[in-house]
Design a protein around this ligand. Structure first.
Ligand code: 6A9
Length: 713
């Protein structure tokens, strides 16, 4: 945690989107041994770096270095506190070692770490020179849990302390004082023992912390000061080399600044990975009440470290497309973790909100996971990528063998629970059922939330995107089964049926609309209008609730194709099911390149400008999300598909090649420009200005720009 000492002290712990910081994120991170992060707060910049040194039985040692500098060099006199804490989470012990008021070190034990020793080294200047003066405070407290640590520290702050550097003015400052129990939670059992070391000093400065593992027997010397600097420099050099070997961005002519952008994108995805543990809360059709899902671990990347710091099933498949290029072993571990979250039916919860800390960040209506709810099985995309990695040996094969029973069950779950009304058709379950309050009932499970579907949800629906995902899934299942010598014919047959362009057209080509589409009970003539509220006699109008926006259906729905040109219509192309000589490929490319429809100078928009629900609110409070803005996961699939069709002989080969160049250049230019201007990668981009929108920093699938730069598909 950190604190700028001013009249109003504001303790910072996590970086939150609502803080509006000019920038924060990992600039370098190798996923395993080292990382460097920059946090630009108002008034100061923090650089945090770590190095891990393997050894012993418990993961070895690590050191952290935190360097704080004033935002502008003139600002040297401002006083800053850096707060370092250690906390248990339900088990383990900690012993503080205090000299005067300074917490010098903490020794402790935990199940996972065995014995350890954490040392808070004396602060120095930002270049490691001795510092003449600093003030120290510490706190020994109990917290109801990790999710309340910030509150515990805040409630113990007092400004009765005086900073008195020799020859300087005396200054009062805020520091941790005696601990008072949190209001509202007096009798709750404390889950967490917290020890905190506070250093107060002027900028610029540096503090180092070392963690030494008790089972690490022959340590060559502590990882601090010059030794740490040297190790860090070695890691930076190795990272740079490996980055170029993996992605060839220098060779492709990207500038050093563009390369730094790509390194930050990859690093922040990797540095955002977390090891989560706990249980989801699940609503099953078999039970009247929500139930806790079995407890378990999840090692995963996240869409946004600060705003969505948890696992999302279909996001993860995209994350692993990037991470598998950097470290296939890491990806294999993550995929295995996800598949281990499967229940006996073959279902994996879509959003992983596993403990109190995670739940504290999610509004109550999003917490429940429903066991009929799917999400695109993008882990098959990641697996497809891993299968292509060169040098598949016995280790990879035995990994696949372990995965196979789960893959089989997972695939079967989709195949049965999400089956459509006709053979070889599919339907997302769990659409919003209320047709009165939404312009178009949402389909959160598809991942494309408010993308327009049939206006009246019904069992007659056929969802094009899910059908294409299943074609991909069947193909990967067939390949895995063949490699393992398991029965593969049924998967092959399914893949062939789902790739049959005639059957695809029969179920999803809307001749009159000239596009691929969903099918269902649909009316195009819908709109939101103010509800008319009846006023009783003598009843004053101002006492009534404000009229709501409700949906009116001006023409009754009927079974038909759904006219909503956009990402869903592109799916047979995106997942490369179209034959290269299919005339439909020509139409798809034409729609993509049309500025009236999907093309923008910044990437492909999610819904055509000509589509009736383009940029329409879904309710009063629900702005358009997948109804126009540009999303990078889908654009990645589009660039990848263009690259594919550009490599196959056919009537559209040249067209695909030209579009490939153009779309790729547009995406890279815009994401880079937005990063330079705003300091972040974003959840989506405006289709009219290219500006980053919604959540930030979002180095989930938006970081796929690295693969687009590298031309890795
Ligand atoms: C909201 C508010 C702190 C929505 O990237 C994760 C998902 C995608 O899987 C999905 O395709 N995002 C996309 O349409 C974000 C979903 C966040 C839902 C929870 C809670 C948090 O407030």
């Amino acid at each position: 945690m950190w604190l700028r000492q001013a009249a109003e002290a504001r303790l910072r712990h996590t970086c939150e989107q609502s803080d509006g910081l000019p920038g924060y994120g990992w600039l370098l991170h190798d996923g395993l041994r080292f990382g460097a992060q920059e946090i630009r707060d108002r008034g100061l910049t923090l650089r945090t770096e770590f190095v891990k040194r393997p050894g012993g039985e418990h993961g070895g040692d690590w050191s952290w270095r935190v360097t704080a500098r004033p935002e502008s060099p003139g600002n040297q006199t401002s006083l800053v506190s850096l707060l370092f804490y250690v906390a248990t989470n339900g088990q383990g012990t900690l012993q503080p070692h205090v000299e005067n008021t300074r917490l010098v070190s903490v020794t402790g034990t935990s199940e996972e770490l065995g014995h350890f020793n954490i040392t808070f080294h004396k602060p120095t200047t930002d270049t490691g020179e001795a510092l003449s003066y600093a003030s120290y405070n510490h706190l020994d407290a109990r917290s109801p849990g990790l999710h309340r640590l910030t509150d515990v520290v805040k409630s113990s702050l007092s400004n009765r302390f005086v900073y008195a550097a020799p020859g300087g003015p005396k200054r009062r400052y805020f520091a941790v004082d005696t601990y008072r129990a949190l209001p509202g939670e007096p009798e709750q059992e404390p889950q967490s023992h917290l020890l905190l070391h506070q250093v107060t000093l002027t900028l610029p400065c540096r503090v180092e912390v070392t963690f030494e593992s008790g089972s690490f027997a022959e340590r060559p010397g502590s990882l601090v000061g010059a030794v740490l600097s040297e190790e860090l420099a070695g890691h930076v050099a190795a990272f740079e080399r490996r980055f170029e070997e993996t992605f060839s961005l220098a060779r492709k002519g990207f500038t050093p600044q563009q390369q730094r952008f790509a390194k930050a994108a990859l690093s922040n995805m990797m540095g955002g990975m977390g090891y989560f543990h706990g249980h989801s809360i699940v609503q099953s059709a078999h039970s009247p009440h929500p139930l806790p899902y079995p407890e378990g671990p999840l090692f995963t990347a996240v869409p946004s470290r600060s705003f969505f710091p948890r696992g999302f099933l279909w996001d993860e498949g995209f994350h692993q497309l990037l991470l598998a290029r950097w470290d296939p072993a890491l990806s294999r571990e993550v995929i295995a973790h996800w598949l281990d979250l499967m229940n006996v039916e073959g279902w994996i919860p879509r959003e992983q909100i596993l403990d109190d800390e995670a739940r504290a960040k999610v509004p109550p209506e999003f917490i429940l996971q429903h066991n009929e709810a799917a999400n695109p099985p993008t882990l098959f995309l990641a697996l497809q990528q891993l299968l292509r990695e060169p040098g598949q040996g016995p280790a990879e094969l035995s990994y696949l063998r372990q995965l196979f029973p789960r893959l089989r069950t997972w695939y079967e779950w989709y195949n049965t629970t999400q089956a459509g009304p006709l053979p070889y058709t599919f339907r997302w379950r769990g659409r919003d059922q209320d047709t009165h309050l939404f312009l178009n009932p949402k389909t959160l499970t598809s991942g494309l939330d408010d993308y327009p579907r049939a206006s009246h949800p019904s069992p007659d629906e056929r969802h094009l995107d899910l059908r294409c995902w299943m074609a991909l899934a069947a193909g990967v299942m067939a390949e895995v089964a063949e490699r393992l010598g398991e029965p593969a014919t049924e998967y092959r047959r399914m893949q062939q049926a789902l790739s049959d362009n005639a059957l695809l057209e029969q179920h999803h080509w809307a001749e009159q609309l000239g596009m691929f589409a969903d099918y269902g009970n649909h009316s195009q003539a819908v709109g939101l209008e103010r509800e008319k509220v009846a006023v009783g006699p003598g009843q004053p109008r101002h006492q009534l609730p404000a009229p709501r926006l409700v949906r009116v259906v001006r023409k009754p729905p009927k079974l038909q194709f759904v006219g909503a040109l956009g990402y869903v219509s592109l799916f047979p192309f995106l997942l490369q099911l179209l034959r290269p000589d299919s005339p439909r490929l020509g139409s798809v490319l034409g729609d993509m390149r049309s500025e009236q429809k999907l093309w923008t100078p910044y990437g492909l928009r999610s819904l055509a400008r000509t589509s009736p629900l383009y940029m329409k609110h879904n309710t009063e409070h629900d702005p358009p999300y997948w109804r126009g803005p540009i999303w990078i996961n889908m654009n990645y699939l589009a660039v990848r598909a263009l690259h594919h069709y550009a490599s196959l002989e056919g009537p559209y080969q040249q067209r695909a090649a030209a579009l490939y160049q153009e779309l790729r250049a547009n995406l890279i230019a815009n994401l880079y420009r937005q990063y330079v201007e705003s300091g972040y990668l974003w959840e989506q981009y405006s289709d009219s200005t290219g500006q980053g929108q919604a959540c930030y920093p979002f180095t989930g699938w938006s970081a796929l720009v690295v693969l687009i730069m590298a031309e890795e598909y």
